[in-house]
Design a protein around this ligand. Structure first.
Ligand SMILES: [Zn+2]
Ligand SMILES: [Zn+2]
Length: 813
């Protein structure tokens, strides 16, 4: 039988087993298996540049769960995808290649996007492989690949048919920097310094009315002035006209309860559009439209002499002019929240455009209820979803004025403007290149114009369950995979990815997309600051970490976190992972040494120590399994570790040495039986966390006794109720207290643990505890020569509660 080398091989060994798993197809999803399916809707990472350790963190946590379910007899469907369509890839191309999409042909630009994203995808794949991910790479998809485009367009057609989609000239959130409309979920609130300016407006009777604003550049966009209906100082003015300074405009003073009477003078400007309230008033009060900002973020002709200035330039110039003309009565600096685009942090504007929308507002209650049908881990994350749905103010705008994305599957009739939808069998279509295969059903025309916009990225990444299940394809497997079992993702994308996916599944199938959502936290670079690529504050790249420590210790760090909580990056925890690996190596090495002539048919347990460790093993398996079923990988790991270090290594192995070195043959066989079982179950419990080390040890020894070609498809340890023995456990706890008392006595006398004890006597007041049952093993472990009553002690000690008392006569070293 193979003797273990002194040290574990680390990185080279890891490579070896990664290749083995790949060659043997250990992690393949089996379409023909009778086993129950456990399907995972793995987040397709955005292909937008380098990887950071935040990626490693949450993806590894989900990977641990995949391994756990595989060992529990499931046919695990664990795919990977890459979200390579949309704005992040365009930005990456602009950054890496210095090419702007407007500068070249759209087709060419898209080719470059594909090329650049492919490079990034290879890096990602290499990283996941070097971390030992048990992914089935045959299931790989890209959100821009042909099948994804087809399913995304199919999703559009289905929603259109079901009446959830409409096109409308409507105010939409707009990023002048990226020159595209964005969804509410694509915006973030940011505090920004600004200036409140008090301006003189002129009433019909020639009097002044002071109105404060942070956006004087929107004066040419003024469509009304609002006051509160119960504000007595203005009640006579409601319905009368008012003129702003500088611009030749006249608007009506209107009343609305949304006005905050305490803010400024209680009279506010309503423009096209300064904020969400302006949009609401525009709709509710049927106001005129005076759009002064164009799609490039510059002032248009309505702004008069300010035409062509940027928003910021116009604001400065208008303030200067207002001041010169004496219209400003005061200014105050303030900090206020502004809405910014989450991809570029530029301030969001509002623009009126003809756009496609998915109706959300009419179905908020049902969408909220869908969230309640999903099990959220940790549970409080459900509230984040609910809050998001409750606070939504907009339908989902899915039109994007970008280049690299999934096209809308439609054209417009040039003669009557009828919408011509593509047929399902023609998908995916590119309306810029393809023609409809029919004439206009309304007027018979043959002349069409394509829809130029592309779909919002989320319109495609919200159908990842359907992409995985090949919805509507020839090899449709919705029956087997959908709804999926698990969506693992980080908490910041509940409002986007989780939300949109739930909406789509509900509208398409009246079903939840997955039964369980496992929500992870973020990695923090230091106190409270999230690691992000824009801040470039990651302490190290994932590949550097793996090169330095190998994969298993890095995985150990990711598993130490509590589910849903942010965690700090810590090299100490990675070092702890290394220590654990060494300890496991040495403990298994000791076990193998003493299992030289082992035969599985041997019988055990025989002595109290063997019975006790089986009891504790069973309890550990139960507890760790329960935690893992709740996706609490971190609590499961610490349960397994506590058992391994404290009970198996510190006590069981130590006390069993006497049996192996001096014991009777019959007792040895019994302890061998138990040692094999416990050591193997420990390895199996660690295997989702430390897949390389555990595979290595399995192949070096345990595989000779077991049927599976890899530990990762062996059965998860079984909690055998027959091994539960509360009386033995109680008795052993007290015996271990006795062992501790002797260990402490030695250390209090500055003696090593191997310092001989010539004589010892003890008294035990615990009922039903017989220390003599383990005295042979204790004597061997603690170098005790004789147990005797009558001698002159060098030292006496008692346990804290006084129930154990010992007298010792030290021996000679
Ligand atoms: Zn932007
Ligand atoms: Zn027509």
């Amino acid at each position: 039988m193979a003797k273990l080398p002194k040290y574990y091989g680390g990185k080279e060994t890891e490579k070896k087993w990664q290749n083995f798993w790949e060659e043997e197809g250990i992690f393949k999803y089996d379409e023909n298996s009778d086993k129950p399916v456990f399907s995972i809707d793995t987040p397709p990472p955005t292909v937008s540049g380098s990887l950071h350790i935040g990626h490693v963190f949450s993806y590894t946590q989900a990977e641990i769960i995949a391994r756990f379910y595989r060992m529990n007899g499931y046919n695990v469907f664990y795919p990977f995808g890459f979200d390579d369509n949309g704005l992040p890839t365009e930005r990456l191309v602009e950054r890496e290649k210095g090419i702007k999409p407007r500068d070249i042909e759209r087709e060419k630009f898209n080719d470059i996007c594909l090329e650049v994203s492919e490079n990034v995808e290879n890096d990602f794949k290499e990283l996941w492989q070097s971390l030992g991910f048990s992914t089935d790479w045959d299931q790989l998809y890209l959100t821009i690949d042909e099948r994804s485009r087809r399913i995304s367009q199919r999703s559009f057609l289905d929603l259109y048919e079901k009446g959830y989609i409409y096109k409308k000239e409507s105010p939409a959130l707009y990023c002048p920097n990226c020159k595209t409309t964005v969804a509410q979920a694509g915006t973030e609130s940011k505090t920004s310094p600004s200036k409140f300016v008090d301006l003189k407006f002129e009433l019909e009777n020639g009097d002044d009315l002071i109105i404060s604003t942070t956006r004087p550049e929107l004066l040419p966009a003024l469509v009304a002035v609002f006051v509160h209906p119960e504000d007595e100082k203005y009640s006579d003015l409601i319905g009368s006209k008012i003129n702003p300074p500088l611009f030749d405009l006249e608007v009506e003073i209107k009343a609305d309860p949304k006005v905050d009477m305490e803010k400024g003078t209680g009279a506010v400007m309503c423009c096209t559009f300064g904020d969400t309230t302006d949009v609401e008033w525009f709709k509710e009060h049927n106001l005129a439209l005076r759009q002064v900002i164009d799609e490039n973020g510059r002032m248009n002709g309505l702004a008069g002499k300010y035409e062509n200035l940027t928003i910021k330039e116009a604001r400065e110039q208008i303030i200067k002019d207002l001041d010169k003309e004496g219209y400003i009565t005061g200014t105050r600096k303030i900090e206020h929240p502004v809405n910014v685009h989450d991809r570029c942090e530029h301030e969001i504007e509002y623009i009126v455009k003809s756009q496609w929308f998915i109706n959300i507002m009419d179905h908020k209650e049902e969408i909220k209820k869908q969230g309640e049908k999903i099990n959220w881990y940790p549970e409080f994350m459900k509230q984040r979803y609910t809050n998001w749905v409750e606070n939504l103010k907009w339908d989902w705008c899915i039109s994007r004025q970008r280049y690299f994305g999934v096209p809308f599957p439609l054209w417009y009739c040039s003669d009557c403007e009828e919408v011509i939808l593509a047929d399902d069998e023609d998908l995916p279509v590119n309306p810029l290149k393809d023609e409809p295969n029919k004439t206009c059903p309304k007027c018979g025309s043959n002349d069409f114009v394509p829809e130029n916009d592309v779909l919002d990225t989320w319109a495609t990444s919200s159908v990842t369950p359907q992409i995985n299940a090949r919805w509507g394809e020839n090899d449709d497997r919705m029956e087997d995979i959908f709804p999926m079992n698990l969506r693992p993702q980080a908490h910041d994308i509940i409002r986007t990815w989780a939300f949109y996916t739930i909406v789509k599944s509900f509208y398409h199938h009246e079903e939840i997309p997955w039964k369980n959502a496992m929500i992870s936290g973020h990695v923090l670079a230091g106190k409270g600051s999230k690691i992000s690529k824009s801040k470039d504050n990651a302490p190290s790249s994932p590949q550097e970490l793996i090169d330095k420590y190998s994969a298993d210790p890095v995985r150990y760090w990711t598993a130490g976190a509590r589910l849903g909580r942010d965690a700090e990056y810590s090299t100490e925890v990675i070092e702890d992972g290394r220590k654990l690996i060494n300890k496991i190596w040495n403990a298994i090495k000791f076990s193998i040494m003493n299992l030289d002539d082992f035969d599985k048919k041997q019988e055990g347990p025989k002595n109290i120590i063997d019975k006790w460790i089986l009891h504790r093993l069973t309890e550990t398996i139960k507890k760790a399994t329960n935690y893992l079923e709740d996706y609490e990988f971190g609590l499961a790991l610490s349960t397994i570790e506590d058992f391994f270090w404290g009970e198996f290594c510190d006590n069981y192995i130590e006390l069993s040495k006497q049996v192996f070195f001096r014991g009777e043959e019959d007792e040895q066989l019994g302890t061998q039986k138990v040692l094999y079982r416990v050591a193997y179950d420990i390895l199996k419990m660690f295997s989702p966390y430390l897949p390389h080390l555990t595979e290595d040890l399995y192949q070096r020894f345990f595989s000779d006794f077991e049927d599976e070609i890899s530990i990762h498809i062996a059965d998860w340890p079984e909690a055998n109720e027959d091994c539960i023995n509360k009386e033995i456990n109680y008795e052993m706890e007290k015996i271990l207290e006795f062992v501790e008392l002797i260990r402490k006595s030695k250390s209090e006398n500055n003696l090593s643990l191997r310092h001989p004890i010539d004589k010892i006597s003890y008294e035990c007041d615990y009922e039903k505890v017989d220390i003599s049952k383990a005295m042979k093993q204790i004597s061997f472990l603690l170098w005790i020569d004789k147990v005797e009553d009558d001698f002159e002690p060098d030292y006496t000690a008692e346990s804290e509660n006084g129930k154990l008392r010992i007298k010792i006569k030290w021996g000679e070293k």
